[in-house]
Design a protein around this ligand. Structure first.
Ligand code: COA
Length: 168
């Protein structure tokens, strides 16, 4: 297969809605992204819980209030994010970028796509939860104009979580 080259500045990245053919690839990219956090003191249970299995991703694709987005390069999935509409806000989950493609703005583009979707459907806010171990995500949310809204000790398999929000 013709693999995308992350070092090539000309590499074209597309952002689109996911479909049924993407289930395994989305699972793989979540696995690569979250397994990279293993040596940061973030518990295995929490890492495993963040890696959605293909069946869960399939169920999400069937729900009108959920949007699963992928970033692709040369038709390979290199990043993903999911947004769920609830009570007039969009909850961001399952954000990961293949480590080979990180720091190339793929994560930012995925969140911006969800923000565009949220604005078009009259959501008033974006909401996300992250952990201290995910310093890249914390920086990304700051960078995109989110504010720290809360701190939840021992919230997710014993891990402390931070909540970030952006009023639209
Ligand atoms: C979080 C994640 C999705 C970011 O994806 P990404 O494509 O690398 O992010 P971007 O290139 O869009 O980076 C946006 C900003 O985030 C910050 N950032 C991202 N990676 C960083 C790093 N390794 N070091 C420092 N800052 C970083 C920077 O401020 C960056 O902007 P800049 O490059 O202009 O300085 C990716 O690191 C990842 O998959 N992590 C593992 C899974 C995870 O933690 N998911 C989040 C769950 S809440």
């Amino acid at each position: 297969m013709n693999s995308p080259d992350p070092k090539n500045k000309e590499t074209v990245v597309n952002i689109r809605n996911a479909n049924q053919n993407d289930l395994d690839a989305i699972h793989q990219v979540l696995s690569k992204g979250f397994n990279a956090l293993r040596n940061r003191g973030y518990s295995m249970k929490a890492i495993e819980a963040a890696i959605s299995p293909p069946k869960l991703i399939q169920d999400r694709l069937g729900l009108s209030e959920i949007r699963v987005i992928v970033a692709t390069s040369k038709d390979q999935v290199i990043g993903t994010v999911t947004g769920t509409k609830r009570f007039g806000h969009l909850h961001i989950q399952s954000l990961a970028v293949d480590p080979r493609f990180q720091r190339c703005k793929v994560g930012s583009r995925l969140i911006m796509k969800l923000e565009e979707e949220a604005r078009q459907t009259n959501c008033r806010k974006l909401f996300a939860q992250t952990a201290w171990a995910m310093f890249e995500a914390i920086k990304l949310y700051w960078r995109l104009g989110f504010s720290l809204e809360g701190y939840h000790p021992g919230h997710f398999w014993g891990e402390d979580l931070l909540s970030f929000g952006k009023i639209l």
